[in-house]
Ligand binder design. Structure first.
Ligand SMILES: NC(=O)c1ccc[n+]([C@@H]2O[C@H](COP(=O)([O-])OP(=O)(O)OC[C@H]3O[C@@H](n4cnc5c(N)ncnc54)[C@H](OP(=O)(O)O)[C@@H]3O)[C@@H](O)[C@H]2O)c1
Length: 243
């Protein structure tokens, strides 16, 4: 039985990934900040829930006893665009440098530090041949101010990670979704106009689903994918033609 850790496993893509691994007989640990959300997700899959803010080194240190001693698959999925949480008109004047700095740091913390800190904390527990899969975004290529920049930073970090873990037979890859529905990502703020524009940019004429993303995660987690490492796998219906 593999030991699988999925961050942000209480909702959206992470929840679907956790359910996918659990359905295949893997032991799954899900991580997030909201206990009620995690408990609800865990109840459906038998996963172990760990409440932890992954931007906090102290919280991760405290939570370490609740993670498995050995880890076969780590899915760094927690994240999102923190700009979407800024209330309209409540975030200060965008021209104020302190406000700009605050917003950029928030997206860096939410998307880069969550993955870097979790991976570093579990590094010594990764089994030989383990898999580290980090969720990026099409925004790394198409732009989205601090969110896109943070996701682009993950791609650079992943190359270093693949280099350091390669001698242990461990792969490290990024799965980079495009528009993916049935998640909490947009927090109800996706307008019809923007939805239609994003779907029109695909070659498939539809948005992605969490299962589309999980298919790529599942492949990268497989034994057969042992020679695929240091890559960015795009799952976006062709909205961005990866190169
Ligand atoms: N949906 C899309 O269109 C789309 C497109 C490209 C990339 N992505 C990426 O896909 C990943 C999954 O997002 P999603 O679409 O499934 O949205 P989601 O439903 O909002 O999932 C994000 C999850 O991350 C958790 N999380 C966020 N910050 C955290 C923190 N500091 N510590 C621990 N857990 C944290 C959240 O739980 P708590 O709030 O309870 O902590 C939530 O369960 C994200 O990295 C996102 O950037 C999504």
């Amino acid at each position: 039985m593999r030991q699988v850790v999925v961050t942000g496993g209480g909702t959206g893509i992470g929840r679907a990934a956790a359910a996918w691994f659990a359905a295949r007989g893997d032991a799954v640990t899900i991580v997030g900040r909201r206990k009620d959300v995690l408990d609800q997700a865990a109840a459906g899959t038998g996963a172990t829930a760990v409440v932890c803010d992954l931007t906090s080194p102290d919280e991760i240190e405290s939570a370490l006893p609740h993670f498995p001693d050995r880890v076969d698959v780590l899915v760094n999925n927690a994240g999102g665009n923190t700009d979407l949480s800024v209330p309209a008109g409540g975030g200060g004047d965008g021209s104020q440098l302190s406000h700009v700095a605050q917003r950029w740091r928030a997206n860096f913390d939410a998307n880069v530090l969550t993955a870097v800190l979790m991976t570093t904390a579990l590094d010594s527990r990764l089994n030989d041949g383990a898999r580290v899969i980090t969720i990026g975004s099409i925004a790394a290529k198409t732009g989205a101010t601090s969110y896109g920049a943070a996701k682009a930073a993950l791609e650079g970090w992943n190359v270093s990670l693949a280099t350091s873990l390669g001698p242990r037979g461990i792969t490290a890859n990024v799965v980079s979704p495009g528009l993916t529905m049935d998640t909490e990502f947009f927090q109800g703020k996706l307008s019809d106009e923007r939805y239609e524009r994003l779907v029109a940019a695909t070659r498939t004429g539809r948005p992605g689903s969490p299962d589309d993303i999980v298919a790529a995660i599942g492949f990268l987690a497989s034994t057969e994918a042992g020679h695929v490492t240091s890559q960015v796998i795009h799952v976006n219906g062709g909205a961005y033609s990866g190169h």
